[in-house]
Write a protein that binds this ligand. Structure first.
Ligand code: P6P
Length: 338
């Protein structure tokens, strides 16, 4: 096996070969990666670290915050605020944006994150993760506001996630494919373990919360019914189902062996487009999936083309193996955008 390279060497070589990673962006990625190592230590402590259970507070989504949600949010804020690479941050766990304090230099990037996605799995020791998205701050005005964050996902400069599972793995794109880095705990360093990650265009595996079936729109119901009909049905093949209830884990499986992930609109709350958040869950994951040759839509349009109107807006998510996502999207269009 060839000599494995570190995240730092990978980023420097990317910069040298493609000029793809300006210095401030390289610093940002290194700082976020270091913060994820800190988070991995807290996550892995579990009951030994008094980090399990509820924090006794609610976030802007009205969800009860776990202790680790709050801890991980603070780790990311403290790690990133002093470096001079950011103007501001936004998080699932904070109502408004966090502007870098005046005592630190302002940078040209905006960082958005879900500090610990899949929180319902923390106390039952199932894989969870940190999701992050990087935008450039518009340079046509001084200062920074929430409005500066409201850019379509196609404007992302970088995106990634860290999955805290049997391995701790950082997955990253800067718009030139997808790379995976595994945490070498002995060295305390991120080591490149896969580059040029590619999602198979076809799959026999779907991920959706089946308990919501009665609430789905007809195109989603049609697609899943056809999968369940198996080789005697219109698809002519049997399908398998997975649902970890941790987007990072489900997306990581899809990046590794293909599949389709769906958290679609449902009629329980018709005014809500979906459960997942656009800016710091759907956009970064869609950027990664597309960079790996997959597709990501909300049933009507490419997720990365959606023009956000609110920082915490939600979206219906259909992403993964290209041919399956295109099929589900076609069913939505045939149904007239139901
Ligand atoms: P449900 C975790 O809370 C999350 O935001 C995603 O990581 C995950 O895919 C989804 O919600 C799970 O939702 O309704 O199945 O618990």
């Amino acid at each position: 096996m060839g000599k494995r390279i570190s995240l730092t060497q990978y980023l420097i070589e990317q910069q040298r070969m493609h000029g793809h990673i300006p210095a401030q962006l390289r610093l940002l990625i290194e700082v976020v990666a270091r913060a994820c190592k800190r988070i991995a230590i807290s996550v892995n402590k579990g009951a030994l670290g008094d980090v399990l259970g509820s924090a006794g507070t609610e976030n802007v989504q009205g969800e009860v915050q776990k202790k680790l949600d709050v801890i991980c949010n603070e780790v990311l804020i403290e790690a990133n605020e002093w470096g001079g690479h950011l103007a501001a941050m936004a998080s699932e766990e904070m109502d408004g944006i966090y502007v870098v304090p005046n005592r630190f230099p302002q940078g040209e990037y905006l960082l958005l994150f879900d500090p610990l996605d899949g929180s319902s799995n923390i106390d039952v020791n199932v894989s969870i993760g940190t999701i992050f998205s990087v935008l450039k701050k518009p340079d046509d005005h001084a200062g920074v506001s929430e409005q500066d964050f409201l850019q379509p996902g196609s404007k992302q400069a970088a995106a990634g996630y860290c999955i805290y599972g049997p391995q701790t793995t950082l997955v990253l794109t800067v718009g030139d494919g997808v790379a995976m880095f595994t945490l070498d705990r002995e060295q305390g360093s991120w080591v490149l373990t896969q580059d040029g990650v590619t999602i198979p265009e076809d799959t026999k595996e779907f991920a959706i919360n089946m308990s919501n079936m009665r609430h789905w729109a007809p195109p989603v119901r049609r697609y899943i019914d056809e999968c369940l009909a198996g080789k005697d049905g219109p698809r002519g093949k049997d399908f398998n189902m997975r649902w970890v209830a941790s987007m990072v884990a489900d997306v990581h499986r899809i990046l590794t062996r293909g599949g389709i992930f769906m958290y679609p609109w449902d009629k329980r709350e018709p005014d809500k487009p979906g459960k997942l958040r656009l800016m710091y869950e759907a956009n970064p994951m869609s950027f990664i999936v597309e960079q790996a040759g997959g597709a990501a839509t909300n049933g009507q349009q490419r997720i990365l083309d959606i023009q956000p109107s609110k920082l915490h807006e939600r979206v219906s998510v259909i992403l993964g193996s290209k041919n399956e996502v295109e099929r589900v999207t076609a069913y939505h269009r045939e149904a007239g955008g139901a």
